[in-house]
Design a protein around this ligand. Structure first.
Ligand code: 6PG
Length: 263
């Protein structure tokens, strides 16, 4: 295993880079974040990223908030968004944006007006999702085309969901709105989520998946039959961007495909 891990090529389902453990996964994700940010700012003068929620990105965030990343990332040229959000206040420990701010964004030199949480302080999730979609259009432009993030970071659940695109939920079919409120019966709650078109429009779409609990879902998503209603992560196929999976060895344990090369 090289220090960058083993590469497994899954064609249109993406390229998988297997890292030895959770720390190696977080380090590789932080390196990728910094690399994409520096390249985007060099080429286009700015960088936009949609962060995933959940627990996996936390260690990556801690690494980004300390040298060398804190000092090499062009934070003043970055706009941070989220791929999804729970319908809770920013102060809630359940808040994806609140957690990211407390984990690393408050510790790096990024302007507050470049950090764009979903507006969860209102009364209506649908209106919040529509407002967020308008913010994406305003800040990421592209005219009538789908706004493109330079980097979309995603996780998967053990049920194959990604962002808040949960199996058998209405948001899976949305192809017009950029963001919607999505009722998730299994959680008895409504989530806010970006939709498939905007997640798939990313220049770099990167799933970060760690831990043995994800091994079965990861193998199903990458090697199983195409059943996107049941495995929504299969819906995320970049239009003309790169699809990369950063996974640790525990999450990769059920993958049958042989390594293509060392990374
Ligand atoms: C969320 C996420 C969700 C997450 C996966 C993995 O709001 O929870 O956006 O899609 O990425 O559920 O979560 P963990 O990283 O906690 O396993």
């Amino acid at each position: 295993m090289s220090e960058n891990g083993t590469i497994i090529d899954y064609g249109e389902r993406g390229e998988v880079r297997v890292l030895p453990d959770a720390e190696g996964l977080a380090r590789d994700a932080a390196d990728l974040f910094a690399h994409v940010a520096i390249e985007a700012v060099t080429l286009r003068g700015r960088m936009s990223v949609a962060l995933s929620g959940g627990t996996t990105p936390r260690r990556m965030g801690e690494l980004l908030a300390q040298p060398p990343d804190r000092d090499r990332v062009p934070w003043n040229r970055i706009d941070v968004f989220w791929g999804d959000e729970r319908w809770v206040p920013l102060e809630s420990p359940e808040s994806n944006a609140g957690t990211a701010k407390r984990t690393f964004l408050d510790a790096v030199p990024i302007q507050d007006d470049h950090v764009h949480p979903f507006p969860t302080d209102g009364a209506d999730p649908a209106a919040a999702a529509a407002a967020y979609a308008a913010t994406l259009r305003k800040l990421l432009g592209e005219g009538e085309h789908t706004p493109r993030f330079d980097l979309v970071l995603l996780g998967i659940g053990d049920d194959g969901h990604t962002a808040s695109l949960f199996p058998e939920t209405a948001a899976l079919a949305e192809r017009d709105a950029l963001a919607v409120a999505n009722h998730v019966p299994k959680l008895a709650t409504t989530r806010l989520t970006l939709t498939v078109p905007v997640l798939a429009a990313g220049r770099e779409v990167v799933f970060v998946v760690g831990g043995a609990a994800k091994a079965e879902a990861l193998a199903a998503v990458l090697e199983g039959p195409e059943t996107p209603e049941r495995l929504p992560a299969q819906l995320i196929r970049p239009v003309d961007g790169r699809l990369l999976w950063l996974v640790d060895r525990d999450a990769a344990a059920r993958l049958a495909a042989p390594p293509s090369r060392d990374g």
